[in-house]
Design a protein around this ligand. Structure first.
Ligand code: HEM
Length: 264
C-alpha cells in the first residue's frame, strides 16, 4: 500500500506581512477517480490543484472535506500560455463536483479575467468561479480532458498550511503529548474530555449525544482516515449523518466504539 502524507507549506514573506500562496497539489495519472485521488483534509484551506491532460476522455480527480456551513470556493484557471490560452472553453477539461445532500455542479466557464500570481510570477486567466456554502462531508472533483491541456483549480481561501492525504494516512508522531487519562464519571463524559482526545493517538468524537473512541477505526475506515481524523475531539454528529444516515454498516461499526453518554 502506498502511503504518503504531504504537508505542503509554501509561503513567501512580502514586505512586513506574511502571505501564503495557494499550496500546490499535482494530480497524478493514477488519480482517475475521486477515491484514488488525493484528499484535501480541510477544503477551506487554499490549495492550487494542477491537472494536465494528454488526450480527450482522460480523467483526473480528487476530494475535499468540508464541515457544515464551510465556504465552498472553487476557481477554474489556466496559465496564460499555449495551448490552453488559445483553446475554446469547450476544448478545456470539464469539471463536475459532487457532494453531500445530492450536490452536483458542472463548472461554467463563463469569464476570462486576468490574474497575476505574484508568488510564482505567473499570468493566469480565471475562466470560472463558484462560491457556495458546504454541507458536512466529502466533495468529489472529477475533471475530464477534451484534448491536450493543463488547468489549475483553486479550492478554499484560507491561507494557512493544509494537509493532503493519499492512500492510508500515516499518523504523525506527536511528541511529548501523553494520551490524556480519563476517569469517566458514572453519568458519562464531558465535552472537555472529548476535546482533550483530539489526535490520531487518541481520537474521541461525539455522535448523537454519545462519546466514541474512534482511534482504532482511523486506519480501517473505508472512506479514508482523513474523514475520521476530522472528527477527533469534536461533535461529529453532522458529519456522520451527512455521510452515513440510515446506513446500517456504519451504525453497527460505530456502536463498537461507544464509551458512554455525553454529560449535558
Ligand atoms: C464516525 C464514524 C464513522 C464510521 C463508524 C464509519 C463507518 C463506515 C463504514 C462501515 C463504511 C463501509 C460501508 C459499507 O461497506 O457499506 C464507510 C464507508 C465510507 N465512509 Fe464512513 N464512517 C464514519 C464517518 C465518516 C465520515 C465523517 C465520512 C465523511 C466525511 C465518511 C465517509 C465515508 C465514505 C465516503 C465511505 C465509502 C467509501 C467507499 O465505498 O469507497 N465516513 N464508513
Amino acid at each position: 500500500m502506498k502511503k504518503l502524507l504531504a504537508l505542503v507549506i509554501a509561503f513567501v514573506v512580502v514586505g512586513s506581512g506574511v502571505a501564503i500562496a495557494h499550496q500546490p497539489v499535482v494530480l497524478l495519472n493514477s488519480d482517475t477517480t475521486a477515491a484514488k485521488g488525493p484528499l484535501l483534509v480541510d477544503g477551506t484551506v487554499s490549495f492550487a490543484v494542477r491537472a494536465s491532460f494528454a488526450k480527450a476522455g482522460e480523467k483526473k480527480a480528487f476530494r475535499a472535506q468540508l464541515k457544515e456551513g464551510d465556504a465552498l470556493e472553487i476557481q477554474y484557471l489556466i496559465i496564460d500560455k499555449k495551448p490552453e490560452n488559445a483553446l475554446k472553453m469547450t476544448q478545456l477539461p470539464s469539471l463536475v463536483v459532487t457532494g453531500p445532500g445530492g450536490f452536483k455542479l458542472t463548472m461554467k466557464l463563463n469569464e476570462r479575467t486576468k490574474f497575476f500570481e505574484q508568488f510564482t510570477q505567473t499570468n493566469y486567466w480565471y475562466l470560472g468561479r463558484y462560491s457556495g456554502m458546504a454541507k458536512a462531508g466529502i466533495y468529489s472533483f472529477v475533471l475530464t480532458g477534451r484534448g491536450k491541456s493543463a488547468i489549475t483549480l483553486g479550492v478554499g481561501d484560507r491561507e494557512v498550511p493544509g494537509e493532503v492525504v493519499r492512500g492510508a494516512y500515516v499518523a504523525p508522531t506527536v511528541s511529548a503529548s501523553p494520551t490524556p487519562v480519563v476517569t469517566p464519571t458514572p453519568a458519562g463524559y464531558t465535552m472537555a474530555q472529548v476535546k482533550a482526545n483530539n489526535t490520531a493517538k487518541s481520537c474521541w468524537s461525539v455522535i448523537d449525544g454519545y462519546v466514541y473512541n474512534l482511534t482504532n477505526w482511523i486506519n480501517s475506515h473505508p472512506g479514508g482516515s482523513g474523514a475520521i481524523l476530522f472528527l477527533c475531539g469534536t461533535d461529529g454528529t453532522n458529519a456522520f449523518k451527512a455521510q452515513h444516515e440510515n446506513q446500517s454498516k456504519p451504525a453497527v461499526r460505530l456502536d463498537t466504539y461507544r464509551l458512554g453518554p455525553l454529560n449535558k
